[in-house]
Design a protein around this ligand. Sequence first.
Ligand code: IOT
Ligand code: MG
Length: 512
Amino acid sequence: MPGPLITGFSIRIASRAEAPNSESLPPLLSVGRPVPVQVSGDKLRWSGWALASSVSVPATSSADGVTVLLAGELYHRAALREAIGPAASGVSTDAELLLACWLRYGGPGLRLLNGRFAAVVTEGTAAVIATDHAGTVPLYLRRGVDGIEVATEAKALAGGAVGRIPAAHPPRTGSVAGLAGVRRVRAGVALTVMVGRPAAHAVATWRPPEHRVTWTEAKAVRRVSAVLNDAVRERLDSGPVTVPLSGGLDSSSVAVLARGAGAVVETISLGTDAGDEFAAARIVAEHLGVRHREFQVRGVDLLRQLPWAVAAAEITDAEVLEYLLPLVVLYRAVPGTGRRVLTGYGADIPLGGMHRATIRLACLDQVIATDMQGFDGLNEMSSVLGGLAGHWTTHPFWDRAVLDVLVALEPGLKRRHGQDKWVLREAMSDMLPEATVTRPKLGIHEGSGATSVWTALLRDSGVAERDVPAAKNAMATAIHRRVVAQAQPPDAVSFDDVLREVTAKPALAVGL
Ligand code: IOT
Ligand code: MG
């Protein structure tokens, strides 16, 4: 099974008295086999769709009046099973494991889970809607008097309405641009909603560590090595895996650990006429002896797929989209569907890699703390990025246990001996070529030319240098309106048209 049984859903939960929803397919961008969600409980009725790996997969699991829907997967299952005890011995799916966990621990059991998931659990008239620690399977809801609508993509909730929206927003939720009434459940949250009543409350199931630990070099290197190795192994199954490989430290670490765990690893590297990291990636692929592909696309054709990136990430932040666009283009180019993809994405956030020029430890630690407070809602690791091409992506560096270690390391272990990300470089030094271990960081937006090509297209259209960031955000917002708020298919939105539209506005063309 290359991916989880269920990867996304769009459902409605109403009181038993409600008529079931019409069963039109939701406009989810993720690709999968739609299976109906139909549950008639004592108090609540579920209806809608889930995206499954097979039409024979049941969308929900129920026992003792509790019903569970889980999109995504759990890691560290063996330890979780042991914690749950005999009740977990007969379970086969992650949804059943979550159900067994709930039956033993109740709602607080959600605090035990290390995974990549979005979950819905109902018991009585309460619906609990939960994200993983990092919110990597995005989760949106719209509440009405009669029921709630919950989906893993905001666009699935565009247009529809479930009666009057209660005045207060549920706690620990955020807004979604252009979609009034739709709320995004924050990362590491279990939100309880009483169906048909305005009451809602939320608990945090995880927070980024705020303390810092002072370990010896040897201990820090040993722990980083061990926890990352575990996270990679937890993300493998018996099949082959694809690693998007830049030849930088992060993706190379993931590839070598997956290989070391016995997986059949394939690597793929993306480049454009504006830049590539092919040479660096080749060094690693040859070192590992894995099948490696180079995928070359024209820079302008990369940018033309921006509507796909916006539709997948459902964000308007152009800077983040410059990181995500090359990945979306790459996932669309990976041959076939149903690949399990392990990326090095996210390593730079707890390790301060994006701040490689920040030498002072006080500053480094502060930017790391700020980034760990600010990731939520950027959807950088959204399952839809790969899901739109039918692939399941996962990020070992954002495994909960890895983050707990990396974030908490004192900054002097991250910048040390004149190097950035020192502790990771040291942990990988025996496993990767010297050139890879010492390679300076190059961001995907730099290496692929995503930033420079987009800038050049705007400059050629008459946008002044200082207006480029605003013009990029204006384009992202215009695209978002169409592919998210209006749920148009990304192919129906032309990058060139949006470019013309945005640059025709006098304020930008003449430079405000
Ligand atoms: P970067 O670290 O360059 O790339 C992220 C992952 O994308 C890599 O580990 C690799 O798996 C894949 N990748 C990158 N370039 C290529 C390529 N040319 N071909 C194939 N695969 C590639 C941005 C960044 O620099 O990405 N991501 C940061 C975090 C951004 C800041 N976010 C925040 N503060 N919330 C990161 O930590 O990865
Ligand atoms: Mg990186």
